[in-house]
Design a protein around this ligand. Structure first.
Ligand code: NAD
Ligand code: UDP
Length: 312
């Protein structure tokens, strides 16, 4: 198959491109390099099945492909809040442009949605039928609401135009190829620990997240994209239900790095969700998927990656 990956030079996109090429597909990565980098995919440039296009998903484009994975969107709060209006445009106009292309060329299309559609959840763990608790006017809204509208567009293009859609709600994912300055908690803690700096815990550190290793996530993507079922167009949570406070995560990172760590507390950002854990029954039943890599093993691999990069 010929497969388009928007956001293909980013953290998740670059892993996905690698996996799709390994399976013998032709892959086109499309990226505007806002938070992605050529380096993440440079090792694929010699592969004749791989192409890279510099393009912004807020502008229309037409490519003859069989499948589209729409991942283009900054994912870290510091990056998506840098230009919030652009973040909304990327999610909303990006979805419209990619869905329009999917309709025209009859491609199956997959949306990288997020657990942020649940906002600061009042239901725990979160199931796909929970409508969420999102602030529409806060600093995180450009991302959360942009992703919610993208889900709406995916469902409406499916119902109105018969486009063959998939929606995954991704919970916090980590692994090699995150940028050192990504700003999300796992890469921040690892980089700080390796540099011998204090780990920055926002607020009390008692808020929770559930962390999925990248390889498990990509496996879930491929299964969802290639499964047929009556309700396959409805969202599916993909994440690791192992739930940790940020204080616990700091200690897990200390163990993985093999050093004592010091901690500095910084103010909790506005609207920071207090807890988050996926209910993954739907992914288990529909896709036969569940995560295989626990946090300690995933952190070991991620620490090894950053240690190598920071030597260079
Ligand atoms: P990332 O920031 O590493 O990757 C995003 C990629 O999209 C980058 O390469 C960036 O340059 C590109 N991009 C941004 N705006 C673009 C635009 N307008 N046109 C073209 N390319 C553009 O983030 P990631 O962690 O790899 O996330 C990938 C996708 O998964 C995003 O849609 C994100 O919202 C979603 N997601 C990720 C997580 C996670 O924990 N990593 C959780 C939930 C959802
Ligand atoms: N966080 C933290 N220190 C950091 C970065 C983040 O304590 O250096 C906290 C943040 O306040 C949040 C959690 O870690 O409660 C996860 O943050 P991240 O930005 O990784 O993801 P998100 O909040 O989007 O789930």
């Amino acid at each position: 198959m010929r497969i388009l990956v928007t956001g293909g030079a980013g953290f998740i996109g670059s892993h996905l491109c690698e996996r799709l090429l390994k399976e013998g597909n032709e892959v086109i990565a499309l990226d505007n390099f806002f938070t992605g980098r050529r380096e993440n995919i440079a090792h694929l440039f010699d592969n004749r099945q791989f192409e890279l296009i510099r393009h912004d998903v807020t502008e229309p484009i037409l490519l003859e492909v069989d499948q589209i994975y729409n991942l283009a969107c900054p994912a870290s709060p510091i990056h998506y809040q840098y230009n919030p209006v652009k973040t909304v445009k990327t999610s909303v106009m990006g979805a419209i442009n990619m869905l329009g292309m999917a309709k025209r060329v009859k491609a199956r299309i997959f949306q990288a949605s997020t657990s942020e559609v649940y906002g600061d959840p009042l239901v725990h763990p979160q199931t796909e039928d929970y409508f969420g608790n999102v602030n529409s006017i806060g600093l995180r809204s450009c991302y959360d609401e942009g992703k919610r509208v993208a889900e709406t567009l995916f469902m409406d293009y499916h119902r109105q135009n018969g486009v063959d859609t998939r929606i995954v709600r991704i919970f916090n994912t980590y692994g090699p190829k995150m940028m050192q300055n990504d700003g999300r908690v796992v890469s921040n803690f690892i980089v700080q620990a390796l540099r011998g700096e204090d780990l920055t815990i926002y607020g009390t550190g008692e808020q929770t997240r559930s962390f999925c290793y990248i390889d498990d996530l990509v496996e879930g993507f491929i299964r969802l994209m290639n499964t047929e079922a009556d309700d396959i167009h409805l969202p599916v949570n993909i994440g690791n239900p192992g739930e940790f406070t940020m204080n616990e995560l700091a200690h897990e990172v200390a163990k993985a790095v093999g050093r004592d760590i010091k901690i500095t507390h910084l103010p909790l950002p506005q609207d920071d969700p207090k807890q988050r854990q996926p209910n993954i029954e739907r992914a288990k039943n529909l896709l036969g998927w569940s995560p295989t890599i626990p946090l300690d093993a995933g952190l070991q691999k991620t620490v090894a990656y950053f240690a190598e990069r920071m030597k260079a």
